[in-house]
Design a protein around this ligand. Structure first.
Ligand SMILES: [Zn+2]
Length: 363
């Protein structure tokens, strides 16, 4: 075992305890926490306006798949008390304490639904037998106009195609900047709109910009909502070239060795990049017969949560995680980053991520 591994063992033990309910960390202090603060900014800056209603450009894909899979199974029973802590730790990516070679990837699509891109996206998902999770903005599902009707039909097709749906608030506002009187209806009105449109009241919740404070974490807990963040974000909404999106997705996935991927189905280049990414992932599949070979395993969000709960990140709490991020940032700024493994969470320095089929040649 590497010295890093030995150093992390106590944290693994504490974290495992947390996962199975042996010791819930103390509640965090009341401060604004911006998801991903130690990494590049996420796809929307907090000052950005809400995303526009998706444009009517259609991604030119044609598949014969009818888009219908098995219905999504009910969301597994989970300990809602630990939901937020788990979500923050998972925003660092999956942890790989053993050399099982399995690199989990799961896909989430935000800011839709998007009637223009959904036929292509659903066909791609169907063809590759992937169950994704879609986080809807409630306001798109409201109203009597033709566009609202189209949006609701689209949302229903997504559900009927077997995907998970989640709540991404009513108007995509920065919840932590709103008083309760405005923030709570953002959650509840969206849940109502999604339920009216699809018949499903989402269990999953994703805050716009990943921003949440303790007051809102409590509100999610009261509503038995499961916080769902991400660890792979390539700011796809700001990129118009699918190959650019693709390259960055590959880099992030290699760096984190898998994780929860955030993409936007309203953005045509993202759908195209996603399609190409699947070809790349499927070219190095995980093979349980040969665990010594690392490979990608595309799973749905429920399976991802189950699998990562068995191997949680080696931190007892979000505070510990953020301290580790700060240490890493310091090492990078101080020029000693080469003393760190490529990704301190995933591998030892002797087992660098660069052992993967390198994507550098494509740059
Ligand atoms: Zn969003």
């Amino acid at each position: 075992m590497s010295s890093l591994g030995r150093a992390l063992l106590p944290f693994v033990a504490v974290s495992l305890g947390t996962w199975i309910g042996l010791g819930r960390p103390a509640p965090a202090a009341v401060t604004l926490r911006m998801h991903g603060a130690a990494r590049p900014e996420s796809s929307h800056g907090e000052d950005d306006p809400p995303p526009p209603v998706p444009a009517r450009e259609r991604v030119p894909f044609t598949f014969d798949g009818d888009g219908v899979s098995e219905p999504a199974p009910p969301w597994p029973q989970s300990n809602i008390d630990d939901s937020t802590q788990r979500a923050w730790l998972l925003s660092e990516g999956p942890f790989h304490p053993s050399n099982d070679g399995r690199r989990l990837v799961t896909f989430t699509f935000d800011d839709g639904p998007s009637p223009e891109n959904e036929p292509a996206l659903l066909a791609i998902l169907d063809k590759h037998k992937i169950r994704a999770a879609f986080f809807f903005i409630g306001q798109y599902l409201q109203g009597e106009g033709g566009r609202a009707v189209e949006m609701r039909e689209c949302a229903r097709r997504i559900v009927e195609s077997g995907h998970y749906v989640g709540n991404h608030t009513m108007h995509h506002r920065l919840l932590s900047a709103l008083p309760d009187a405005d923030a709570l209806p953002e959650i509840d009105a969206s849940a109502d709109a999604i339920e009216r449109a699809t018949g499903i009241r989402p269990r999953l919740f994703r805050p716009p910009y990943g921003a949440l404070d303790d007051r809102l974490e409590l509100a999610l807990h009261d509503r038995k909502l499961e916080l769902m963040l991400w660890n792979i974000d390539v700011q796809d909404m700001k990129r118009s070239d699918p190959d650019d999106v693709l390259l960055r997705l590959k880099q992030e996935l290699e760096y984190h060795q898998g994780g929860i991927v955030l993409l936007h189905d309203v953005h045509g280049p993202s759908v195209k990049a996603f399609h190409k990414l699947l070809t790349w992932l499927e070219s190095t599949p995980w093979d349980p017969i040969h665990p010594e070979r690392r490979g990608w395993d595309i799973v749905d969000l429920a399976e991802y949560m189950r699998a990562t709960a068995a191997s949680p990140q080696p931190y007892a709490s979000r505070e510990d995680l953020e301290k580790a991020r700060a240490r890493r940032a310091e090492a990078v700024a101080g020029g000693s980053a080469d003393q760190l493994p490529v990704n301190p969470l995933q591998t030892s320095a002797a087992d660098p991520v660069t052992a993967w089929p390198s994507i550098r040649a494509e740059q």
